[in-house]
Structures are given as C-alpha cells and as structure tokens.
Write a protein that binds this ligand. Sequence first.
Ligand SMILES: NC(=O)c1ccc[n+]([C@@H]2O[C@H](COP(=O)([O-])OP(=O)(O)OC[C@H]3O[C@@H](n4cnc5c(N)ncnc54)[C@H](OP(=O)(O)O)[C@@H]3O)[C@@H](O)[C@H]2O)c1
Length: 325
Amino acid sequence: MRAAVITAHGRPPELVDRADPVAAEGQVLVAVAAVPLTPLDLLCATGSSYFGPPALPYVPGVQAVGTVLDGPADLVGARVWFPSSAGMAPGDGGLAELAVGRADEAVVVGDDVPATTVAALGLSAVAAWEVLEARAALEPGEVVLVLGAGGAVGQVAVQAARLLGARRVVAACRSSVARDRASACGADAVVDLGPDDDVATLAARLRDACEGGADVVVDPLAGVAGTAAVSALALGGRLVNLGSSAGPSLEVDSAALRSRSGSVLGYTNNALTNARRREVFATVLGHAARSRLEVAHDVVALADVGDAWAAVARGSAAARVVVTP
Ligand SMILES: NC(=O)c1ccc[n+]([C@@H]2O[C@H](COP(=O)([O-])OP(=O)(O)OC[C@H]3O[C@@H](n4cnc5c(N)ncnc54)[C@H](OP(=O)(O)O)[C@@H]3O)[C@@H](O)[C@H]2O)c1
C-alpha cells in the first residue's frame, strides 16, 4: 500500500510503499477514504507538542474515515470514522491507503454524508458542539461569541450556536476569508481581530457586538483575543477555551470575572467517553446530512500530500485540507 510517512520532525510526510497492515484482536482494518490534516497532526509532527517528539518514521493522521475490511463481524463492510494516537504515542495513523484502528473507538457513520465531509467535520465539529451543548450548557436565547470563527471549530460553533437556539451569534476573525465564512455560517455580526489589538479596545469591540456581553464564548485561540473575551462576558457568562491557535495562554482579569460571576473553563475531546463521542457524531452528522452543518474544505489526492501539508504548515491553505487515499 501507499502511505504518507513522517521521516523528520517538522518536515512534510513523504509518500512511500509499505507492507499492508493487519488487524490484531480488537482492531479494524480500514480502506481509508478521507483524512483531514488537523492542527494536532501538524503540531505532533514538529516534535514540539506536549506529547514529546514522536519516534520516526510514522504515518500521521489522528482521524480518518473509510470502510472496514477486517475486524469484528458487525463492523466489516461498515463505513467508519476512527481516531488514532499517531504522533502522540507509538504507532501509525490514517494517512495511508490502509490503516488499523481500535474497534471500540470506531464510529459507524453511514453513507448519507460524503466521507470527505465527515473528515472535514471530524473532531473539530465534535468539540464545537460539545463545548456549546455540554461544557457551556448553552440555553436558548443566549448570546454566543465565537473566536477564530473562520477555522473548522469556529465554523461549526457558529452554525451549532444557531441550531442550539442562540439569540445572537457574534464571530471574531482575523482575515477577510474567515469573516466571509463566518457570515455565511450565520453570524449576526463579525468583529475584526488585528495583530495589533490591545486587550481593552478589543474587549470593548466584542462587548458592543454582543450588545452588552456574551453568555458563552467559544475560544480556540487564547492569546489577546481570549484575554479580551473574558472582559466581554455577560453576567453569569462562561468562556470555554479549547485551543491556543493565537497564543499559549490567556489572562483573566479578576474584576471582570468576579463582577460578572463569570466562569473560565477548559475542554478536551480526550475526556469524552466513546459512547458520548458516538452520540455527538450522530447529532453533528444528522445536521450535516440536512446541510445545516459544514466545514469548508479542499480535497487533495494522497500523491499531493507533501505540498498540501507544507501549505497548512505555512498557514497558506485556504480551508481545511482533506486527503483522499
Ligand atoms: N480541545 C480539543 O479537544 C480540540 C478539538 C479540536 C480543535 N482544538 C484546537 O482548537 C484550535 C482550532 O482548531 P481548528 O480545527 O478550528 O483549526 P483551524 O481550522 O486551523 O483554525 C484555526 C483558527 O485560528 C485562527 N488563528 C490562527 N492564528 C491566529 C492568530 N494569531 N490570531 C487570531 N486568529 C488566529 C485562524 O484564523 P484564519 O481563519 O484567519 O486563518 C483560524 O480561524 C486548535 O488549536 C486545535 O488544536 C482543540
């Protein structure tokens, strides 16, 4: 089979021929149809993630979609989404023509949504939905602020906030492409994030756009935007941080937090049970099948994975890249 293989930390994968993998007890062998290139894949491959530098060579791809060729009888022939810990722990991921995954983690996804769409949504969509519905416990009629709304998490968060009954959805983005994307996803207002923003000015802009304050903030960015958003919370507001695309930390202004009885929360998909992950996938894909949830994505052949990976690493990919082995 052909596989994309990381042979040096911080370098794009190379396409190589490899022996076909074999499913062991408790595993599924999958003919891979679609694999998203996610920030986690890129980060792990640099060798600088908090999991430490991965042993080389390895096949990246922390999530993939495909058809089960071998494994438990009830899964053979099914289309599944499955995760891997490639880059975080020894072992290979999904960026290959064939891959193995844990049978108990495989999520049967049916065929009413294209594999590439499932891959583009993936764990970014699960995270966005779970942050709103469970971690922030969004109530119908509340105001939601989504930072980084042009990214995969952000696009789903804007659409999901609408589906979950938000009264007003405000997006905050840094590029014109992202702003257009956030508007197309249904944001009522879009706030610019600039490289020279200071916290106080940005907080005032966010509060104005939220018409007073945000009941819920979805924060995949941290940095200045995350810090400013703490000061844009409404009374009883909840900010959930789930990423650090703009900086490794955010500051919490004590007066802003206590005067609003606010909450600053964290979120990781790694804390989800397999059962809850299946439940959220089913909800997300149910909406995707009705064209209510989507993530903009570009489909790339496995032969072009090196260039596509390099574009994502440079920050010049126009949308989430989905590779089709
Ligand atoms: N905790 C979890 O379980 C979980 C799950 C999924 C994702 N995440 C994390 O969430 C974050 C976003 O994931 P994603 O899949 O949405 O990634 P993505 O599609 O690559 O989006 C990244 C977003 O961050 C924005 N951004 C990057 N640098 C920025 C900066 N300096 N200032 C302002 N905005 C900036 C980008 O803006 P442009 O659109 O303008 O480029 C884009 O909107 C990542 O850190 C990821 O690791 C966490």
